[in-house]
Design a protein around this ligand. Structure first.
Ligand code: SAM
Ligand code: DTB
Ligand code: SF4
Length: 344
């Protein structure tokens, strides 16, 4: 177990003493389920207290997401509109050209993005011209002064090292759900496959971005299981995306009821309590949430959103409405170069 040695910033009195916030890697499912199920106000208060001890308050990172290779994926993830076997109307496209991606990255930066995440509907990365193009994209995004993140499916140890050498900051690879629910959602790869890629990412010195989706029919215990797996890694993932399922027509989960706002808030708050120094990202599902619900997620410790009117293939709130919401709430953009947490 490691402990905090100081605060990320000075000038404010913090409600929680540093010593009370150890970074633990020995969480148990019953203990985490109890945190998740606490009275909502207590849970949010606790999460916000942890948040303020580590992060500058009222700051949310603005990230941009681009699908650099859309559709036609051979995997069978039940939630995903990009799986070739689901009839969702998403067409398989080729990998985008490097210059197109970089002009999109430039636009995102001009709009205020400090992180640019590139997603490809691949099962795994194949060496060759396509991977070489991705490496060029990473170099180009870094040259623009943004954090670069990729999500390309499974990667090998060598590919992780090449991505690191190109300057990649973070690699997104979600565990998606608790191990006991995983088989109901995906059959074409295992939980261990997922963890292996995360191991290569970590060993290459790239930051780990890993989280999941709620609202796929899993139990609270299985949500706790996911959070325990993430938090009990030797190092917490630096970034934990929490997605609410976007039930897309044509996927096996198309009839799934929208997850309750209080469940999103509980998931985010619990992630914040377990992994104080990680960025907790309120990811898919914002278009289906009210402004108040989104603010409650931020109060519970979410400190990043994707902005721009599209995620990968589904919708996201309009840029103007996001900016208006943040302004109303007095929330400003988190700058990763200055607004850092204490080291893990
Ligand atoms: N193919 C790569 C992979 O699976 O790692 C990268 C892209 S994949 C679309 C990235 C993540 O998006 C998934 O792991 C999943 O957590 C999330 N996602 C995909 N479809 C979603 C949906 N309908 N609702 C919520 N999250 C979704
Ligand atoms: C993550 O956890 N969520 C983002 C990002 N990582 C790549 C993707 C959400 C995708 C939602 C469905 C779609 O738009 O296709
Ligand atoms: Fe393919 Fe990723 Fe979608 Fe699964 S989540 S079907 S791996 S694009």
């Amino acid at each position: 177990m490691s402990t905090f040695t100081g605060h990320a910033h000075t000038g404010h009195e913090r409600p929680v003493a540093a010593a009370e916030l150890p970074l633990r890697h020995d969480w148990t499912v019953p203990e985490v389920k109890a945190i998740y199920e606490a009275p909502l106000m207590d849970l949010v208060y606790r999460a916000q207290s942890v948040h303020r001890a580590v992060w500058k308050e009222n700051k949310v990172q603005l990230c941009s997401l681009l699908s650099i290779k859309t559709g036609g994926c051979p995997e069978d993830c039940a939630y995903c509109p990009q799986a070739a076997r689901h009839d969702t109307g998403v067409k398989a496209e080729k990998l985008m050209q490097v210059d197109e991606v970089l002009s999109s990255a430039k636009q995102a930066r001009e709009a205020g993005a400090t992180r640019f995440c590139m997603g490809a509907a691949w099962r795994e990365v194949k060496d060759g011209p396509q991977f070489d193009s991705v490496l060029e994209m990473v170099k180009g995004v870094k040259a623009l002064g943004m954090e670069a993140c990729c999500t390309l499916g499974m990667i090998s140890e060598t590919q992780a090292k090449k991505l690191k050498a190109a300057g990649l900051d973070a690699y997104n690879h979600n565990l998606d759900t608790g191990e006991s629910a995983y088989g109901d959602i995906i059959s074409t790869r295992t939980y261990q496959d997922r963890l292996r890629t995360l191991g290569f990412v970590r060993e290459a010195g790239i930051e780990v971005c890993s989280g999941g989706i709620i609202g796929m029919g899993e139990s609270v215990e299985q949500r706790a299981e996911l959070l325990v797996t993430l938090a009990n890694q030797p190092k917490h993932p630096e970034s934990v995306p929490v997605n609410a399922l976007v039930a897309v027509e044509g996927t096996p989960l198309e009839k799934q009821q929208r997850v309750e706002v209080t469940e999103m808030v509980r998931m985010i708050a619990t992630a914040r309590i377990l992994m104080p120094t990680s960025m907790v990202r309120l990811s898919a599902g914002r278009l289906q949430m009210s402004e108040e619900a989104q603010l409650l997620c931020m109060l519970a410790g979410a400190n990043s959103i994707f902005f721009g009117d599209k995620l990968l293939t589904t919708g996201n709130p309009e840029f103007e409405s996001d900016m208006a919401l943040l302004e109303k709430a007095g929330v400003t953009a988190l700058q990763p170069s200055v607004d850092k947490p204490v080291a893990q």
